[in-house]
Design a protein around this ligand. Structure first.
Ligand SMILES: [Ca+2]
Ligand SMILES: [Ca+2]
Ligand SMILES: [Ca+2]
Length: 421
């Protein structure tokens, strides 16, 4: 509620001016496929080489409940998945791009260096691009057609399959795998670590039996998030902001806060956050995406906790998952210090409030579309979510809505990055 906003935020003059500079392009040559999956025999994936690894789910001892993780040729192909090992993995594997295959030295360019290597291998299978068994004219024409820069994905995969110790719910792991996207990635420009949020439908608004809800959390309404998206595993950190922007506006920095680089950036307006994210093709989550990701399948006021793995309505248990007004010592804390939610996302409750993309309107839920609601077309306030170090338990609830004008900034207000794959 906007009326409660002022008491939960502390505003400061802007500490520094933040002027965008040319975004740094990460010098990541080739995607590093660091697999968080078990060993297994390779099976032919049908895309020019072996690329599927049967991956047994924990507690599963037969092929019926394992997951075929289709990997790429180490230099090129995209991942694809099958829901179970019995299905034909080859049908879902994305073919390698010819350009990626033709870039033999993996320097991001198809050029003379690659051509001379092709010519040297003529008549042998050494650099056979099209998989016909030999290096010949068809490979040469494919190479010439893709001459120039090689399109690269925006991310570097870090972990293909969801870690069962992080995403503990089997149904959520299966939903993530079904997206055919690598679970954990690093954005190549911002270096932000991001996790897959699979599509699905949830009840948005006041949680059942939650006694704390306010009027703007009603009516509870079914919302479908129609496509998978990536969301920052943590709030955007001060180090990440400074890397792209060349300045750090945060209040909690300096000699008194030696761990400031790992604390969330704060004191940034919605406009600032939007500008920062746009530099690397990222965006803010919608309010619906944010609540859906927070809940991670739970329907309780607060997400999973050690003694209440399905979540709880008891704000007294908040210490497990959230930096709030009772435990944070009147300051932000390094991100990731509290237990993650069911999708592996940290600090969705607490630490700093998080800007979302939507304009705020108290009555929006009564008129919200049911699929991918974008928020009101215009407005005066932007929604912020999740509570902060300065705010009490009730504001850390999954459905709690707060709002503030988009050019505001405060030491309790940051954000989290999202991206459509
Ligand atoms: Ca090359
Ligand atoms: Ca060939
Ligand atoms: Ca937060």
């Amino acid at each position: 509620m906007s009326q409660t906003t002022t008491a939960m935020l502390i505003s400061h003059p802007r500490a520094t001016s933040s002027r965008p500079r040319t975004p740094w392009r990460a010098a990541i040559a080739a995607p590093l496929l660091v697999l968080g999956i078990g060993q297994g025999a390779f099976a032919d994936c049908g895309v020019g080489g072996p690329c599927c690894i049967p991956h047994a789910e924990p507690g599963c001892d037969d092929a019926a409940c394992c997951t075929a993780v289709c990997l790429l040729d180490p230099t090129c192909c995209m991942v694809a998945w099958d829901a179970d090992c019995a299905a034909s993995a080859s049908e879902r594997c994305a073919p390698c791009s010819i350009a990626a295959k033709a870039d033999f030295n993996d320097d991001g360019q198809v050029d003379a260096a690659d051509l001379s290597r092709l010519l040297a291998a003529w008549g042998t299978p050494a650099v056979d691009i099209d998989g016909d068994g030999t290096t010949g004219a068809s490979d040469l024409s494919g190479m010439l057609a893709s001459w120039g820069p090689v399109p690269r994905p925006w991310y570097t995969p870090v972990e293909i399959a969801p870690d069962a110790a992080v995403v503990t719910d089997g149904a959520l792991r299966k939903a993530i795998i079904a997206t055919a996207l690598p679970w954990r990635v690093i954005d190549n420009l911002s270096l932000i670590e991001m996790l897959v949020v699979p599509p699905g439908t949830f009840d948005m608004g006041c949680s059942p039996s939650d006694p704390s809800c306010l009027l703007d959390e009603f009516p509870v309404h079914a919302v479908t998030i129609s496509g998978a998206f990536y969301l920052g595993r943590y709030e955007v950190k001060q180090s990440e902001w400074a890397w792209m922007m060349g300045a750090n506006p945060s209040i909690f920095q300096g000699p008194a806060y030696p761990d400031a680089p790992d604390r969330p950036v704060e004191n940034v307006s919605w406009t600032d956050a939007h500008s920062y994210l746009a530099l690397s093709g990222l965006r803010l989550p919608s309010e619906a995406e944010w609540e859906y990701a927070y809940r991670a399948g739970t329907q309780t006021a607060y997400h999973a906790m050690p003694n209440a793995p399905e979540g709880t309505n008891d704000g007294a248990l908040l210490d497990n998952i959230s930096w709030n007004s009772l435990n944070a010592g009147a300051q932000t804390r390094p991100v990731g210090g509290k237990r993650a939610n069911g999708l592996g996302l940290h600090d969705m409750s607490g630490n700093v409030w998080e800007w979302v993309n939507d304009w705020y309107a108290a009555g929006y839920y009564a008129a919200s579309p049911s699929i991918d609601p974008p928020g009101p077309a215009t407005g005066f306030w932007k929604s912020i979510r999740g509570g902060a170090w300065i705010s009490p338990a009730s504001s850390h609830r999954s459905s709690f809505r707060n709002s503030i004008v988009p050019d505001s900034w405060a030491s309790s207000l940051g954000f989290r990055a999202a991206r459509t794959p």
